[in-house]
Design a protein around this ligand. Structure first.
Ligand code: AMP
Ligand code: ZN
Length: 134
C-alpha cells in the first residue's frame, strides 16, 4: 500500500494545502490537536529523521518558519508547538517524515510539553551519558 502522504503530495488524495514550494507541502492535519494544526512534509518520501536527506534536511526549517509566521499572523494564536515523531515508540503513525505545527491558545489545556522523569538522574549519570554521546 502506498504512503498516504506521498498520495497527498501527488494530489491523489485530497488535502487542505496551506503552502507549498518545489520541495515541501504544508497541509492541515485532519485530526487536529488544535485549530490550525498543520503538517509539513518533504515532497520526496523519507521515512523519518534518520532517513531524511539533503537538500530537505537543511531547508525544511526555513519552510516551517514561513508556515509558523503565517499561522501566528493570521490565526493570532498565542504560541506554536513544533513536534516531530520518529518510530513507533515516539508515536509516529505515518512513516513519511513530517513536522507538526500546533497552534496554541491561552488556556487551551493541551498537554504537549513533556513532564520530567519520575526519578531524576544524578550528576554521575549525566557525566556517563555525555561520555557515551561523544
Ligand atoms: P504522527 O503520529 O506524528 O505520525 O502524525 C501523523 C498525523 O497525520 C496525525 O496527527 C494524523 O492526525 C494525521 N493524518 C492522518 N491522515 C491524514 C490525512 N489524510 N490528512 C492529513 N492528516 C492526516
Ligand atoms: Zn511517502
Amino acid at each position: 500500500m502506498e504512503c498516504i502522504f506521498c498520495k497527498i503530495v501527488k494530489g491523489e488524495l485530497p488535502s487542505y494545502t496551506v503552502f507549498e514550494d518545489n520541495n515541501f507541502k504544508a497541509f492541515f492535519d485532519v485530526f487536529p490537536a488544535s485549530i490550525g494544526h498543520t503538517l509539513v512534509v518533504p515532497k520526496k518520501h523519507y521515512k523519518d529523521i534518520y532517513d531524511l536527506q539533503s537538500p530537505y534536511t537543511e531547508n525544511i526549517f526555513n519552510f516551517v518558519q514561513k508556515v509558523a509566521k503565517n499561522l501566528k499572523e493570521k490565526l493570532e494564536c498565542d504560541g506554536i508547538n513544533i513536534l516531530q515523531n520518529n518510530e513507533i515508540a515516539a508515536g509516529q503513525t505515518i512513516f513519511h517524515y513530517h513536522i507538526h505545527l500546533i497552534p496554541r491558545y491561552k488556556d487551551d489545556g493541551l498537554k504537549v510539553n513533556p513532564a520530567p522523569m519520575k526519578s531524576l538522574p544524578v550528576d554521575s549519570e549525566f557525566e556517563k551519558l555525555l561520555k557515551k554521546l561523544k
